[in-house]
Design a protein around this ligand. Sequence first.
Ligand SMILES: [Zn+2]
Ligand SMILES: [Zn+2]
Length: 275
Amino acid sequence: MNFSITILGSGAASPTGTRNCSAQALNFHGSKLLIDCAEGTQNRIRRHRLKLQSFETILISHLHGDHFFGLPGLLSTMHLCGRTEPVCIVAPQGARECIETLFQLTGNHISFAIDWREMAFAEGEQTVLEHRRYTVVAFPLDHTVPAYGFRIADTMNSIERPFTYAYCCDTAYTEALLPHIAGADLLCTECTFANELADLALQRKHLTAGQAGLLAAKASVGQLLLTHISARYREPDILLQQASAEFENCIMATDGMRLEVRSKRRVEAVQGIEG
Ligand SMILES: [Zn+2]
Ligand SMILES: [Zn+2]
């Protein structure tokens, strides 16, 4: 099994000194995907010595700035560095118009092809990408703007059950997610607030730590990766404790953390907090 994640940003809303906003680099059997692209993501890609041009696919969960504002800069740098290979972008409707309008109004252009896969709202799942090494399925989240979770499964091993990674960020608690994430080997959810701020989480359509753990437990996933941490938690131990009270196999994401599948379809952190 060849699967790894590098956390490029694990913070919510606005960046802090220790957490950039949402972005993750995935490696599925050598194919590279980016999930979400907050401002500053391209700097984090370079900082962690990942190859900027290696990303074939970019998945954008929703168009809030802390998940999307890094995309024009990343595409511009890819162009400036001479990219010729196409890139596939899976994003909510409006992303293409936003990027194309920005480039048009600012006199920038991109020399490589973009294969846009814009997602229209649908109640159920939609298969948005069938790559030779993985399949991406999108499903609706419950957030303040149209937002989508992703379930990514490898297609390389026909003998074993495919390794499955599910990503849900940003969303309020809803058990409508369960069929889409059930049995995932690794589930990543947002974990914006502690349980004490459940009312605020509901109002802003985010998860508390306990709700994140509950989703993982009810979906019978293998492990839970917690991300999208509010800047109010400088020491997020309380979030890890509250999620772990509902589901024991929790990992708290930190910027620069690299997770690899080591054995028994479980990921382990092989690189921790960035120095
Ligand atoms: Zn967010
Ligand atoms: Zn959001």
